[in-house]
Design a binder for this molecule. Structure first.
Ligand code: BJW
Ligand code: ZN
Length: 245
């Protein structure tokens, strides 16, 4: 067994907003322009696989062209101080990994992989979008779909269990850019608070779970996270979050 990581960073779509990736529930977010039940459910894929495939292909192209921002990079730098730092993300864009974070748990899958809806075979998305068909068919006759978690689907069990254990046993849980509305992921914030962790929230806005945080920082993650390094250092030394000066 690994020792439980003392610092867990839990992220949502807001951390990638400054990389030009749309969030879901903000004004101008994806759900304002698209109806989730028409796109991000297994029922939608069964009814209109072509529409769903084209939407994800469009989103993959955006993600492929995006670059990590100073928020992703600050988290990757905190690894130097906390080699066991664990990033738990709801994002499917892989920007944490591209920024250099080594231990990343993906709760909602990833957009860089397609998989067969029938036999589960995986294909790199970069290759899948070049194949004929919308969506392309697998050799088994099934259709390729993005390797993401839709509403009503189970989260990958191993990933969720690892995240849950880390949240329950960490000392510091930093929540960045999530509306904290989608479960079971949002429940990790409650698990961390109940386990006695110091919970820090970084978000442009208040969320339903802001009240659980010891401190909240309101504003863009790409500007706030790089400036939090001294507080993280102080927390590591003194075991508590420094009061605002
Ligand atoms: C910034 C910023 C900046 C912006 N800096 N901050 C009732 C109660 C409880 C649960 C349920 C319920 N009814 C149904 C459910 C279950 C459902 C659910 O939670 N629904 C709720 C919406 C009510 N959950 C599920 O279905 C999950 N599975 C499940 O429960 O399985 C068990 C089961 C199986 C079978 C039957 C029944 C149960 C699966 C959830 C899968 C979520 N999938 C998506 C799509 C992924 C693929 C894709 O990318 O298309 O995941 S939905 C979408 O939401 C995506 C995200 O990961 C997820 C979370 O969103 P996130 O990251 O929080 O983004 P936003 O946009 O919401 O928020 C952005 C935040 O950032 C905002 O707060 C901004 O202020 C902030 N921000 N810019 C800092 N620059
Ligand atoms: Zn197949």
């Amino acid at each position: 067994m690994d020792r439980a990581p003392s610092l867990v960073v839990f992220t949502g779509a807001g951390i990638s907003q400054e990389s030009g990736i749309s969030t879901f529930r903000d004004p101008g977010g994806l759900w304002e322009r698209f109806r989730p039940e028409e796109l991000a459910t297994p029922e939608a894929f069964a009814a209109k696989p072509d529409v769903v495939w084209r939407w994800y292909r469009w989103r993959f192209e955006k993600v492929r062209a995006a670059e990590p921002n100073p928020g992703h990079r600050a988290i990757a730098r905190w690894q130097e101080r906390f080699p066991s730092l664990l990033v738990v993300t709801q994002n499917v864009d892989r920007l944490h990994q591209r920024a250099g974070s080594r231990e990343v748990v993906e709760l909602h899958g990833d957009l860089w992989t397609a998989r067969c809806a029938r036999c589960g075979k995986r294909v790199a998305m970069e290759r899948a979008i070049e194949l004929p068909g919308e969506p392309p068919a697998c050799a088994c006759g099934g259709l390729l779909r993005p390797n993401v978690v839709w509403f009503g689907e189970m989260l990958p069990q191993e990933a969720f269990l690892r995240a849950d254990a880390a949240a329950a046993h960490c000392g510091l849980f930093v929540v960045v850019g999530t509306s904290a509305r989608v479960y079971p992921a949002a429940g990790l914030i409650e698990v961390a608070a109940e386990g006695g962790a110091t919970v820090i929230e970084v978000n442009r806005e208040e969320t339903p779970l802001s009240a659980l945080a010891t401190r909240t920082y309101r504003g863009p993650a790409g500007e706030i996270l790089p400036g939090l390094t001294p507080e993280i250092e102080a927390w590591a030394k003194e075991g508590r979050w420094p009061s605002p000066s």
